[in-house]
Write a protein that binds this ligand. Structure first.
Ligand code: SF4
Length: 147
């Protein structure tokens, strides 16, 4: 396994993007990053730049205002990259679906690798979703054996 692949599966860096949610999911994601829930124990680090991030964590429905920016952030991330949709708004648009200014869930714009349902999901569920995505990534790359 190459060094870069090893580092990405062992300690992926995430970038967070709120595409128009109510901030409920964001607060739970921030809680997951605090020492109480300690997402960093899995080697996961919150990163500010898409150019350094491996996983795009999206909360909220995709509004028309933010749609192009979301795609631009995704395109700036290096390969291999993954997307996780946090909360029912990110999954389907939820109550905001079919509003005049809402495009829909994240997968109407980007390929989504994992979904974490809830309104909002608890920090434990968010951590579980991210860890399962990492495990799925490892298995798909055939490097999960013997770990
Ligand atoms: S899923 Fe619920 S908590 Fe999360 S952004 Fe939508 S309305 Fe807010």
């Amino acid at each position: 396994m190459g060094l870069f692949k090893w580092a990405q599966t062992k300690s992926p860096w995430i970038i967070h993007f709120n595409t128009g949610g109510c901030n409920g999911c964001d607060i739970e994601l921030v809680a997951a990053l605090t020492p109480r829930f300690d997402l960093e124990r899995f080697g996961i680090l919150l990163e500010g730049s898409p150019r350094h991030a491996d996983i795009l964590v999206v909360t909220g429905p995709v509004t028309l205002q933010v749609k192009d920016r979301l795609v631009r952030v995704y395109e700036q991330m290096p390969e291999p990259k993954h997307v996780i949709a946090i909360g029912t708004c990110a999954i389907s648009g939820a109550p905001f679906n079919e509003c005049y200014n809402v495009h829909g869930g994240i997968d109407t714009v980007l390929p989504v690798d994992a979904y974490v349902p809830g309104c909002p999901p608890k920090p434990e569920a968010i951590i579980d979703g991210i860890v399962k995505l990492i495990q799925k990534t490892k298995e798909s790359e055939g490097n999960g054996k013997g770990k």
